[in-house]
Write a protein that binds this ligand. Sequence first.
Ligand code: PLP
Ligand code: COI
Length: 361
Amino acid sequence: MPPFFDVRPSAQPIAVAERLARMADPGFGRVFTDHMAVIRWSEADGWHDAHIAARAPLVMDPASSVFHYAQEIFEGMKAYRLADGGTALFRPTANARRFRDSASRMAMPELPEALFVEAIERLVAIDRDWVPASGVEGSLYLRPFQIASEVFLGVKPSTEYLFMVIASTVGAYWKGGERAISCWVSPDHTRAAPGGTGAAKCGGNYAASLLAQKEAIAQGCDQVVFLDAVERRWVEELGGMNLFFVFDDGSVATPPLTGTILPGITRDSLLTIARDLGVAVREERYAVDQWRADATSGRLAEAFACGTAAVVTTIGEVQDAQGRFTIGGGRAGPVTTALRDALLAIQRGVAADPHGWLHRL
Ligand code: PLP
Ligand code: COI
């Protein structure tokens, strides 16, 4: 049997000097590699036409259903250069699993996990020179996504899909490097309601978050924090990151996975690392009024946001309708720093990997 993936290397890869110039200060999500992975799905053929090809614009019919009804899902993950010179993915099967869950929620065909991982492995293999050296902050950010490509304006699940992976050399997510961020608690907008799509990684969730994020910026804050849609009371997550709270007794809490927040892989990893470090962890609801009261009294010592792109980022200040409050002096605290360092050490291959999270390439 021929291999399922057809690898067609680019005839015009970016010249070495130009690649190095682009990789020097890549920022986030603007520097792309030479190739992309593609797999198609149709009712008749299932998953087929798997290939790696030169990265190129897509030609799509304007009536493709993704443009109208937003049947789209994506993932975000990273390939890291390890201390020993090797390259690894971090928990790729967890992303593959979540991608299937997102597909199921959006009435899309589920890509088998092995194919998801193989597409990424093959793309990173051919574009390995785009993975930054070890010892620097950068990594190769991978963006798998799946779109409805049937040419039809009726509202129904598409009968054709395109799965793709693109890759982007990235540095720090935040402009200006590592610093504490400020958060605006949106009084008017929610991200996800019970029964909705909050636990799926679908583009529509992000489109719906942008107005609130714009308001956060207008309020002089970096990011929006969403409250639950029913009581407008419980702190859920940011537009693209989960939330953690660190208390003065050293314990750590994060909102539970009730179906309205994204089950972050960084979140899950940090819960595990915290337990390994002997930290008491709780998945429990946290009210915004309590957040303010605890930050003011000092019961809340630290807060941070986490995700693949943003890693672990201190939340120094929060603003809601009642005004601003500061957490832990507005600086990164010892628990946040310890958890971040422990996670990075595993991802970079400089610490033991007791849970087998590194997937060497
Ligand atoms: N919450 C949202 C809404 C996100 O977009 C992300 C980023 O992917 C996360 C949380 C964190 O998830 P992960 O740690 O898997 O990247
Ligand atoms: C990620 O962390 O991978 C995301 O998808 C979130 C986005 C803000 C970049």
